[in-house]
Write a protein that binds this ligand. Structure first.
Ligand code: IMP
Ligand code: MG
Length: 187
């Protein structure tokens, strides 16, 4: 699999070190609070598993399966998920987890739906990666693993056509132009 990469951005030890730091920050910020982590699937699966095991707090964990639709060179901005699958978040502080902040559509759409429909005490966002680019929706994450260039990255949960999620490192695929995707991607 690794031979399909043009370059490696982050290897396992570097990712592990950064997760230790992020987990420390989150633990300090949410100690004594009722925290529900809402992980956006499939992209945040590996990140979620590795991050949450580093946080020694009695977290409630829920997952939301989301599909984003990409057409041509940019995301279409269509974000679909089952609103009836939203957990009960009354009286809870919510931390949304996603693999990557790209156009901003996914996190903005889900955050808005949660605020309106589930009325939690607070909502924050945590992403493993943040793409350095101008976003279609001006959304910022509260916790960020790494900044990455505006290229298509895979591994550690991130896919290209549902492949490469199990790659233990994060890299850029060979012969792939930045953002030039025509696909439907599961989170
Ligand atoms: P958004 O454009 O911020 O809404 O991101 C939507 C989703 O697109 C993310 O949760 C990822 O699943 C996917 N995505 C965006 N950029 C990449 C990438 O470089 N590699 C793999 N998936 C990506
Ligand atoms: Mg995806």
């Amino acid at each position: 699999m690794q031979e399909d990469l043009e370059k490696v951005l982050f290897r396992e030890p570097e990712i592990a070190k950064r997760l230790d730091e992020l987990a420390g920050q989150i633990t300090a910020d949410y100690r004594g609070k009722d925290l529900t982590v809402l992980a956006i699937l499939n992209g945040s699966l590996i990140f979620m598993a590795d991050l949450l095991r580093r946080i020694p707090l009695p977290i409630q964990l829920d997952c939301l399966r989301v599909r984003s639709y990409h057409g041509g060179t940019v995301t279409t901005g269509q974000v679909e998920f089952d609103r009836s699958a939203l957990p009960d978040l009354k009286g809870r502080h919510v931390l949304l987890l996603d693999d990557i902040l790209d156009s901003g559509h996914t996190l903005a759409t889900i955050e808005e739906a949660i605020r309106v429909e589930a009325k939690p005490l607070s909502v924050k966002k945590c992403v493993l990666l943040r793409k350095l680019k101008e976003r279609a929706i001006p959304v910022e994450a509260d916790y960020i693993g790494f900044d990455v260039p505006d290229e298509f990255v895979v591994g550690y949960g991130l896919d290209y056509q549902e492949q490469y999620r199990n790659l233990p490192l994060i890299g850029v695929l060979k012969g792939e132009e930045s953002g030039a995707r025509s696909e439907e991607s599961g989170g």
